[in-house]
Design a protein around this ligand. Structure first.
Ligand code: F6R
Length: 237
């Protein structure tokens, strides 16, 4: 595991974006695993900036997002498809058909999950996975539990996650209770993982995830055994 300390959010974002940009330059048809939430916004902003200023070329890049709320239309402002289109995809030269976000409106969610895993493996797996971390240690929407779930699956969100994400919705009642999330297998099979975390409120959970016991009660702790994990953080650990 490599831990890179950043002095502030902008520096963290720039470093994460540099690693993603390097991946895109080295393998123009790479498969990127992407996250949503507040933390990656600065990273995506940098990538858009470099696309505009130095022609960082996404024309052959393929992406798979980690998760999506069940029941939110892709045009819903809080859907993760909407977030990705508006914070990254619409601003770069990626082909929309090369971008994948689980479909939270799929009539058969189980089938959607199985197809998602199949598509990831048909593309040869993820080259670089970008991750944030939830206050309860979740990655994607892999919530703390009794065991690690391998495949893409439908999850009931924990109260902690619903509370944390209610800041984006008009009221807590409007936060969907279920989501589709990529499972641990596709994440752990990513050739390279970059985790970003900022804010002192994440200090305790980041410490547990990186140095505590490896347990499904802290889902991110499994990353300790990934052969190529880089953590970029503003937090002093
Ligand atoms: C979302 C995702 C989540 C977030 C986590 C942290 O796609 O993967 O695991 O990374 O909830 O969210 P923020 O960055 O908003 O603190």
């Amino acid at each position: 595991m490599k831990i890179i300390k950043a002095t502030n959010y902008d520096e963290m974002s720039k470093k994460a974006a540099s690693i993603i940009a390097a991946q895109v330059v080295l393998k123009p048809n790479c498969v990127l695993g992407l996250a949503t939430g507040s933390t990656p916004l600065g990273t995506y902003k940098k990538l858009v900036e470099w696309h505009n200023s130095i022609d960082l070329d996404f024309s052959n890049v393929v992406t798979f997002n980690l998760d999506e709320y069940v029941g939110l239309d892709p045009n819903h402002e809080q859907s993760y498809r909407y977030y990705m289109n508006n914070n990254l995809f619409n601003m770069i030269n990626i082909k929309m058909e090369n971008t994948h976000v689980p479909n939270g409106m799929a009539p058969n969610i189980e089938e959607e999950c199985a197809n998602y895993d199949k598509m990831i493996s048909d593309f040869g797996g993820i080259d670089l996975q970008l991750l944030g971390i939830g206050h309860n240690g979740h990655i994607g929407f892999n919530e703390p539990g009794e065991y690690f779930q391998k495949g893409t699956h439908c999850v009931t969100l924990s109260e902690k996650t619903i509370n944390a994400n209610s800041r984006f919705f008009e009221s807590i009642d409007m936060v969907p209770r279920k989501a589709i999330t990529m499972g641990m297998l596709a994440i752990m099979q990513a050739k390279k993982i970059v985790m970003i975390a900022s804010g002192e409120d994440k200090k305790e959970i980041l410490g547990k995830a990186l140095f505590g016991p490896i347990t499904p009660r802290v889902p991110a702790s499994i990353l300790q055994i990934h052969p190529d994990l880089t953590v970029i953080t503003t937090i002093s650990l």
